[in-house]
Design a protein around this ligand. Sequence first.
Ligand code: ATR
Length: 280
Amino acid sequence: MILDGQTKVYGIFGYPVKHSKSPTFQTAAFLHLGINAVYVPFEVNPDDLEKAVESLKVLKIAGVNITIPHKENVINYVNELSEEIKVIKAANTIKNTDGYLIAYNTDWIGFIEGLKELETNLEGKKVLVIGAGGSSRAIIYGLLKENVDKIYLANRTLQRAEKLIREYKEYFRIVDKIITPISLQQIETFLNDVDIIVNTTSVGLNDEDFPLFDYNLLKESHIVVDIIYKETKLLKVAKEKGCKYQNGFPMLIYQGAKSFEIWTGQKAPVEIMKKSLNLE
Ligand code: ATR
């Protein structure tokens, strides 16, 4: 790679950011397509987020991804919000066009593109989503766009699931018919009724975590997604049972691919991006 006076700068704002895989696979994509650009990690303290976003204009940084813990706050500091952000209320991508900053959320499309590697037709499917935080909001937005039939939204704090449904009803009119809030204790009651199971909580990050439900109740026909970047206990059992399953890496790659396309206007080389993380 040869850097020169015209090299464009992209990056990621996070805190911490040192474990981010985005610099690796975004750089691989730029190199593959011969685009004169770099993608670097920026550790941004939450107190400095506004200044960091302003600096995009000053330094003419062409675009950034936004990760934990800035995804919600960042939308206060940009010039324009893309449609999906008005619903999801979190952003993971900013594009800088001559000092005008537009924020986007590509997590939802990342999740859907990843899931489609396991099941191409999502219309009419019944889904259990566990967790009602930021990731869940993006995932549910995607599932609603794909016309799923039913979403059981399980959360430790039931009020948070109910709040999500109330807010989404403003944008998707029949949402309270499609989404039913349930407690974690009720999950086992609904397992037989669902095609797809998605864990969006951090449960499973530590191997000693208590399971979210009795994983032995999984059936071979279940499609199981855990958005954690490793083979969790949930996924191990899914594998043993012969389920189709997936960890968080496909969602990561496809959200990044969509960000890449927003920034460059070019189709992202997804296979190259995967290869750079040894994911094929
Ligand atoms: P993210 O942006 O990754 O979605 P988040 O917005 O902090 O993160 O949401 C975390 C989700 O994981 C929430 O649904 C949270 O449940 P609560 O709303 O009850 O807090 C869930 N979660 C986190 N730790 C959990 C645990 N030990 N057991 C069950 N759910 C948990």
